[in-house]
Design a protein around this ligand. Structure first.
Ligand code: DC
Length: 229
């Protein structure tokens, strides 16, 4: 799937940052407020890890995982009545499996492989459709959409991010401890920030927002003010 030739006219807002920075919630709210499309690129890495797992692949076999990622069919089904949407991977409903910390770990591992990152580029570019796109991830502003008109990088202290993730996962009834989660987040952050390809870092032209102690509504308002001043 190649984007339309005049695709550069379609505005993009990139929202990058580490896990627990509030990216997911904030991106969904901003996309809804603007009535723009939403790309949850983390879900694509999770889906690729899931598909590779289902196929019984060794996650360190870059070529095999990349081939699997390129062949993968992902569909995001909108939720109704405020319910969260479903994610279909190769025809299976993978929504619950993709939310687990196991899926996050697999995603982080394969995301460090350049072959896998390359395999997912076209799929991500295809989300750029009219009237606009909010792209949520780690390298949206630096690698995938370097020409984006609007770039935001969200951060928050590690302790605050662990607390937020803990609340989310607890609400979903997944058994985990706060201390364990904070350790996992720190390990994953370190890997995401130090990998050779597309490491997690703000684009030079990104607005960096520290969301520690700031509510979602306030962050959404700050971002909307940048897009439509
Ligand atoms: O945002 P998330 O927790 O769903 O992302 C899962 C993993 O995928 C995360 O460890 C980093 C990786 N990822 C990435 O490398 N690049 C992206 N654009 C999005 C996610």
């Amino acid at each position: 799937m190649n984007p339309a030739p005049n695709v550069s006219d379609i505005p993009v807002l990139t929202i990058d940052g580490p896990s627990g920075s509030g990216k997911g919630t904030v991106s969904a709210r901003v996309a809804a407020a603007l009535d723009w499309h939403l790309l949850d690129s983390g879900a694509l890495y999770r889906a690729a890890g899931y598909a590779a797992g289902v196929a019984g692949l060794d996650l360190s076999d870059a070529e095999a995982v990349a081939r699997c990622a390129r062949a993968m069919r992902v569909r995001f089904r909108a939720g109704s009545d405020g319910a969260a949407g479903r994610v279909m991977v190769n025809g299976h409903d993978a929504t619950d499996a993709l939310r687990t910390e196991t899926a996050a770990g697999a995603a982080s591992a394969i995301a460090a492989l350049p072959e896998v990152r390359a395999a997912l580029v076209d799929l991500q570019l295809a989300f750029r459709r009219r009237p606009g796109l909010v792209a949520d991830g780690r390298d949206m502003g630096t690698v995938i959409f370097p020409d984006a008109a609007f770039k935001v990088f969200l951060t928050a202290s590690a302790a605050e991010r662990a607390k937020r993730r803990y609340k989310q996962l607890k609400a979903k009834g997944l058994g985990i401890t706060l201390a364990g989660l904070q350790r996992e987040i720190e390990v994953r952050d370190r890997r995401d920030a130090t990998r050779a390809v597309a490491p997690l870092k703000p684009a030079d032209d990104a607005l960096v927002l520290d969301t520690t102690g700031i509510g979602v509504e306030e962050v959404v308002a700050k971002i909307l003010a940048v897009v439509r001043p």
